[in-house]
Design a protein around this ligand. Structure first.
Ligand code: CA2
Length: 146
């Protein structure tokens, strides 16, 4: 079982600013926490981050055939048509994750272009959202393979 964890623009800055909104953990910390859980579940995980919309599309396309995608598209969540198109193109079950609760924030963050093509969305639980996403994909994939 192979799951890609993909983070979009500015998430490389995690842990350096706005801890009240995004938490104190760095992206490397989140990666370690997810890898620990993936090891327990026996899931192979790959991590990627890019600040560029086209690069995110390329990464998604390159993972056609993978079993799951955990995606925090950052600010592109609220603007991108190309990223959801890439997800539709590869048909990978996708969990959309946001560290912050986007519905408690500015109005422009309430709409996601990712949600219509995602299996579901987790928002507001910080790094724990990535672990929950992994557990949810594991449940779905083991059920499908049974
Ligand atoms: O809550 C989330 O995970 C977001 O996807 C984060 C995006 C934001 O545009 C979305 O509306 C919600 C922003 C990521 C910026 O991350 C930073 C973290 C620390 C310091 C600076 C930026």
């Amino acid at each position: 079982m192979r799951v890609l964890v993909l983070n979009g623009p500015n998430l490389n800055l995690l842990g350096t600013r706005e801890p009240a909104v995004y938490g104190r953990e760095t992206l490397a910390d989140v990666e370690m926490l997810v890898r620990n859980r993936a090891d327990v579940l026996g899931i192979e995980v790959e991590f990627a981050q890019s600040n560029h919309e086209g690069a995110l599309v390329d990464i998604i396309q390159a993972h056609r055939g993978w079993d799951g995608l955990i995606l925090n598209a950052g600010g592109y969540t609220h603007t991108s048509v190309a990223i959801p198109d890439a997800i539709s193109g590869v048909q990978i079950p996708t969990v959309e994750v946001h560290l912050s609760n986007i519905f408690k924030r500015e109005e422009f963050r309430h709409h996601s272009y990712i949600s219509p093509v995602a299996w579901g969305c987790i928002a507001g639980f910080g790094w724990r959202g990535y672990i929950a996403a992994l557990d949810l994909l594991y449940g779905r994939l083991t059920e499908e393979q049974a």
